[in-house]
Design a protein around this ligand. Structure first.
Ligand code: F6P
Length: 368
C-alpha cells in the first residue's frame, strides 16, 4: 500500500492447530476494526485459504457472541504453508513454493494488511511473506507456550486447566487402586504444559523433553512413595519426553506439514517400563486434543482480547512486521524476526520448576 494512505481493508487468518481463545482474538480484532470503519476479511483455513483464495467478509454479527466459543470461526489447516505446499503431481505428493499465489490473492482482495494468528510455524511463514512485501501483524497462539518473545501465548492456560483437572480425576483412581497413573500431555518439543499442568495437578513425577530422564530415578521415586505408605503416584509426561540415550517417540510422519513429525506414545512406554521393573500396577491416559478444545479460561479470554485489540491498533498505525507479546503485565510488540529467533524451552533453573522440586516433584533425574 502507498505510504501515508490509511488502511481500509484488513485480512485475518489463523494458522496451525486450533486453540482456545482464537475466536476471542478474532473478535478483539474485528470489533475495533469495524468501529474504525475498516472492512475485515476473514481468510478461511489459515494460509491454505490465502493460497487457494478462500475468504469471507466478517461483519459485527459474525464476531458477536463468540468470546467463549472454542475452535475458530474461520477454520484452519496445518498443511497450508505457502512455501511448503503439497501438490499431487501424477499420484505423487510434491512440495512446491506457492507463495506467489498467496501474494496474488492478497493483492486481488485489495488487503492493506493481514493479522496472522498462530504459533512458531505461522510466524516463520509471516516473516517470509513480510519479506515479499505483505504487511503483517502477528498474534502468538499455541497451547505449547514455546515462543520466546512473549511471556505467555494464549491457549496455554486453557490447556493447563485441562491437564490439572485430568490429574485431579486420575488422583481418585490412583489412590483408590494403589496404582501408578501416567498421563501424556502435548507441548511438542517444549515441556511447559507438562510443567505447569503437572504442578497444578499435584504430579509426583514430571518428565520433560528438555530433561532426558533416567529410568532408575523414575522407579526409585514411585517405589519410595509406596514404601512411605503413599501407595500411588501420578506421572505427568510430555509427549516429547525421552529417556537418557533414548529418542522421542514418533507416532507418524506427514510430509505435507512443515514439521512432519507427530509425537505420541511415551505414556504407554513409561507405564509399561514401570510395571515391568517394579511391583507396581500402572495405567496410562493420553490426553490428546482434549487440551485444545472447548471454551477458553477467563485468563485466555482476557489475554486473547488484549492481543486482538493491540494487533489492530498496530495495523491502524501501520506498524507492520511485528508480533504482539505479553511482557510482565503489559502488551507490547516485537519484531517478528526477533520472535522466531529462539524457541522458549524449560530450563533446569526455571523458577517454577524449582518450586516443583521444593514440593517434592521428581523430574526423572537423581540430581537436576
Ligand atoms: O502445537 C500444538 C499441538 O497441539 C502440539 O502440542 C502437538 O504436538 C500438535 O499440535 C498436535 O498436532 P495435530 O493436531 O496435528 O495432531
Amino acid at each position: 500500500m502507498a505510504k501515508g494512505r490509511q488502511i481500509k481493508r484488513i485480512g485475518i487468518l489463523t494458522g496451525g492447530g486450533d486453540c482456545p481463545g482464537l475466536n476471542a482474538v478474532i473478535r478483539g480484532v474485528a470489533k475495533p476494526a469495524h468501529d474504525h470503519g475498516l472492512t475485515v476479511v476473514g481468510i478461511q483455513d489459515g494460509f491454505e485459504g490465502l493460497v487457494t483464495g478462500k475468504a469471507i467478509e466478517l461483519y459485527n454479527k459474525d464476531v458477536s457472541g463468540i468470546l467463549a466459543q472454542g475452535g475458530r470461526i474461520l477454520g484452519s489447516s496445518n498443511k497450508g504453508d505457502p512455501f511448503h505446499w503439497p501438490e499431487n503431481i501424477e499420484g505423487n505428493i510434491k512440495i512446491m513454493d506457492r507463495s506467489d499465489k498467496a501474494m496474488k490473492n492478497y493483492e486481488a482482495w485489495n488487503l492493506d494488511a493481514i493479522i496472522a494468528i498462530g504459533g512458531d510455524g505461522t510466524m516463520h511463514i509471516s516473516k517470509k511473506l513480510s519479506d515479499m512485501g505483505m504487511n503483517i501483524v502477528g498474534v502468538p497462539k499455541t497451547i505449547d507456550n514455546d515462543l520466546e518473545a512473549t511471556d505467555q501465548t494464549f491457549g496455554h492456560d486453557s490447556a493447563v486447566f485441562v491437564v490439572s483437572e485430568a490429574l485431579d480425576r486420575l488422583h481418585t483412581t490412583a489412590s483408590t487402586h494403589h496404582r501408578v497413573m501416567v498421563i501424556e500431555v502435548m507441548g511438542r518439543y517444549a515441556g511447559w504444559i507438562a510443567l505447569h499442568g503437572g504442578l497444578a495437578g499435584g504430579a509426583d513425577i514430571i518428565l520433560l523433553p528438555e530433561i532426558p530422564f533416567d529410568w532408575e530415578a523414575v522407579y526409585d521415586k514411585v517405589e519410595q512413595r509406596h514404601m512411605q505408605g503413599k501407595r500411588f503416584s501420578l506421572v505427568c509426561v510430555a509427549e516429547g519426553a525421552k529417556a537418557i540415550d533414548g529418542e522421542m517417540i514418533v507416532k507418524a510422519k506427514d510430509i505435507k506439514r512443515t514439521d512432519p513429525i507427530q509425537l505420541g506414545g511415551i505414556a504407554e512406554y513409561v507405564s509399561k517400563m514401570i510395571s515391568d521393573n517394579t511391583e507396581l500396577e500402572t495405567r496410562y491416559t493420553v490426553l490428546g486434543h482434549l487440551q485444545r478444545g472447548g471454551s477458553p479460561t477467563p485468563y485466555d479470554r482476557i489475554l486473547s482480547t488484549r492481543f486482538g485489540t493491540y494487533a489492530i491498533e498496530l495495523a491502524i498505525k501501520q506498524k507492520f512486521d511485528r508480533m504482539v507479546a505479553l511482557k510482565g503485565a503489559d502488551i507490547v510488540s516485537v519484531k517478528i524476526e526477533d520472535a522466531i529467533k529462539k524457541q522458549k524451552l524449560v530450563t533446569r533453573t526455571n523458577q517454577t520448576l524449582q518450586t516443583a522440586v521444593a514440593v517434592g516433584v521428581n523430574f526423572g533425574v537423581k540430581k537436576l
